[in-house]
Every structure is written in structure tokens, then in C-alpha cells.
Design a protein. Structure first.
Length: 373
């Protein structure tokens, strides 16, 4: 029995995610090599740092030269403030007008793009005596949120003339950073708008991770980096000159809780989608689709046990999954590694026709996180 090693993980489960902070620091250094020194960097930690743990990673992100943080909602920003993270924080998503005052009280900058936002900011200032910090979001082609291109200049000037608002920046978002032509269309719209306004002392940001590492976009002085912080690459355009040497932070591990023999022809798990061909040794670990491993990966993924590759067997269930460990010396308590540097989440994403960071976000559901160097 090897359960004595459980104490090393500080969790009451035989399943956990490990996050390597040293790899985070490495990734930031690699990314910064490609960003001009005079350009600020916003580190995106929304969705709990893409499932990696925003509160735990934010101090390391800031300590390694990232200038400010970006979140999706006021609640995510408040979580950072409650953890005594006092850097500049921008709420990138749409903020409800009734919640602007909460953003002000927590010293969070918000994204605005409507007259209702302006009114809410004025009301918040009248109630608190504090000018809301805002970045104006322009929709240059994402067609999600933002003031339209034809109204952007007038809207920006309206905000600039409002004494109740502290305008900090203007930004847009690239919809297809992997596509040179579509990106050019968006940046042309951006440049036309910026050329018509006074941008003194404003943060101007367009580039996401792929854009940051692929394009030199005019009229910008800050970029937003997200998924690359966590060692995962987005889709890049053909023009990318250098893809940094990124190291994934995340590992997914579980201890074997049962080993048994499946006889020839016996089915394993629900619906018997796997049947033993000859006598097979089957190990069970307590990780399932409720932990963020999609059921659609059943019978498709591999893992590592004691230095050997093993195949997942049978349908992944809510809380458990099985592996065929025939021919591998193992016992209860041994660790099966589903994800690490050698077993990439990119492979899972390909199998599911999705993106790697959708899957890292899923893994935060109920798995304990262990932070390591």
C-alpha cells in the first residue's frame, strides 16, 4: 500500500491537479522576449486563470513583470482584492449597470461601451465621490460586445469630456488573430478611430496572445496575454516569426484505488464499450467527467503508470475511470498521470475538436490543486 504518500498532496482525494509555478515563470520570460520593453502587459486571469487558480498564481504573474491583470467579471476581480492583490485590474467583460458602484468600491477598472454605462458611472461617482476607472471597448469585428465603429469616435470624446469618469484606456479584441487578412481589417478600423482622438496617457490594447506573438500593431502600448502564460499555444497565423518555448503548468493525476482481472469477453463500465480480449488487468482511479474529463474521451486517451503508457478502458463515469494496465507492475496507491509535459491536453482537444483552454477550465470543478516548483 502506498497511501502514506497521500500526505504529500494535502488533499483528501486520490485525485488532484498539480500546477507548476516554475513553468509559469519560464513562460512569462519567454513571452517577454517578444514584447518591446516600452509596451505594458496585461495578464489575463479570467475563469480562475483558465482553471489554474487566479488567486494563487496572480502574485507570481505580477512578480515576473506583468503590469496588470484582466478578469471576466466584477466577482472575479473582488476575489483578487479579497486575497490582497492590489494591482490594476480590468474587468474585460460587460458589467451590469447596477454593479458599477461595486467595481468602484473595489478599485476595479471596467469596460464600457454604451450610454447606459456612462450614466451608471456618473451615478456611481455621485454616490461614492470616486471616479470610475474605465476602458472603452470598441467592436471592430468580434461582434460580441463593444461600441460600434461608426459611433466609436463620438463615444470616446463623450467619455473624455465627462468629469465624473476616469478614462484609462481604449481597446478592441481580435476575432481571428490566426488570419492575417481578417486581422488587418480590424486593425485598419482601429487605426482610423485612434487617429481621430487624443490618446495622451491612455492604455491602447488590441493584441491577444496570438496577436501579441505575431503582429506589430500600430497605435498600441499594451497587449493582453492569456493562454500562453499557462504554457498552452493558441492558433497562430503563418506570419508568426517565433513561437516561444512554452511549458504547460498543469498535470492531472490519480491514485489507483482498485486493481482486478477482467476475463476474456467481459465488459468494462457502462454499456460495455470496452470488452476484454483475453485476460486483462484493470485499474480504477477516482477521476471522472464530474472532475472535468469529458466522457467523449472514453476509450480514446492514454496515460502513464510507472513509466509505461496505458490505455483508458470503458466509458468514463461521473467519478471514476478505468485503465488497462496489463503487463505493468503496479499496486493500489500507485499514481496514474493523465496530463503532464508528455501527455498534452492538446491531444485531448484534437480528439474533441475543441481548444486546449476549454479543457483546462473544466478541470477546476472539484479537483484539489497542488502548487509546486
Amino acid at each position: 500500500m502506498k497511501y502514506a504518500r497521500q500526505a504529500n498532496t494535502n488533499t483528501h482525494r486520490d485525485a488532484w491537479v498539480e500546477i507548476n509555478i516554475a513553468n509559469l515563470e519560464h513562460n512569462i520570460k519567454e513571452i517577454k522576449k517578444q514584447i518591446p520593453n516600452n509596451k505594458k502587459i496585461l495578464g489575463v486571469v479570467k475563469a480562475d486563470a483558465y482553471g489554474h487558480g487566479a488567486v494563487m498564481l496572480a502574485p507570481a504573474i505580477l512578480a515576473n513583470g506583468i503590469d496588470m491583470l484582466g478578469v471576466a467579471s466584477i466577482d472575479e476581480g473582488v476575489d483578487l482584492r479579497n486575497a490582497n492583490i492590489n494591482c490594476d485590474v480590468l474587468v474585460l467583460g460587460a458589467v451590469p449597470v447596477w454593479a458599477v458602484e461595486s467595481a468602484v468600491k473595489n478599485n476595479l477598472a471596467i469596460s464600457i461601451f454604451s450610454d447606459d454605462h456612462i450614466k451608471a458611472c456618473i451615478s456611481a461617482f455621485e454616490r461614492t465621490g470616486i471616479k470610475p476607472k474605465v476602458h472603452i471597448k470598441i467592436d471592430t469585428g468580434m461582434n460580441r460586445i463593444g461600441v460600434s465603429v461608426d459611433k466609436a469616435v463620438d463615444f470616446i470624446k463623450k467619455v473624455q469630456s465627462c468629469n465624473s469618469i476616469d478614462l484609462k484606456g481604449i481597446f478592441t479584441h481580435l476575432a481571428m488573430a490566426e488570419n492575417i487578412e481578417e486581422t488587418q481589417k480590424q486593425t485598419d478600423k482601429w487605426n482610423k478611430i485612434i487617429s481621430q482622438i487624443n490618446t495622451d496617457n491612455l492604455l491602447l490594447h488590441v493584441q491577444n496572445t496570438a496577436g501579441t506573438l505575431s503582429y506589430d500593431i500600430l497605435n498600441t502600448n499594451m497587449c493582453r496575454v492569456g493562454i500562453a502564460l499557462y504554457g498552452l499555444a493558441p492558433d497562430f497565423p503563418p506570419c508568426v516569426k517565433h513561437i516561444p518555448n512554452l511549458k504547460p503548468l498543469i498535470s492531472l493525476k490519480g491514485r489507483i484505488v482498485n486493481i482486478h482481472e477482467a476475463k476474456d469477453g467481459e465488459g468494462i463500465s457502462y454499456s460495455y464499450t470496452y470488452r476484454a480480449e483475453g485476460s486483462r488487468k484493470i485499474a480504477t482511479i477516482p477521476i471522472g467527467y464530474a472532475d472535468g474529463v469529458p466522457r467523449a474521451l472514453s476509450n480514446k486517451i492514454s496515460a502513464e503508470l510507472n513509466g509505461q503508457k496505458i490505455k483508458q478502458a470503458g466509458n468514463i463515469t461521473m467519478d471514476q475511470m478505468m485503465f488497462d494496465i496489463t503487463g505493468v507492475e503496479a499496486e493500489i496507491g500507485d499514481i496514474i498521470t493523465l496530463l503532464d509535459d508528455k501527455n498534452s491536453i492538446d491531444e485531448w482537444a484534437k480528439l474533441l475538436n475543441t481548444i486546449n483552454y476549454e479543457l483546462t477550465c473544466r478541470l477546476k470543478v472539484r479537483l484539489p490543486r497542488i502548487y509546486t516548483r
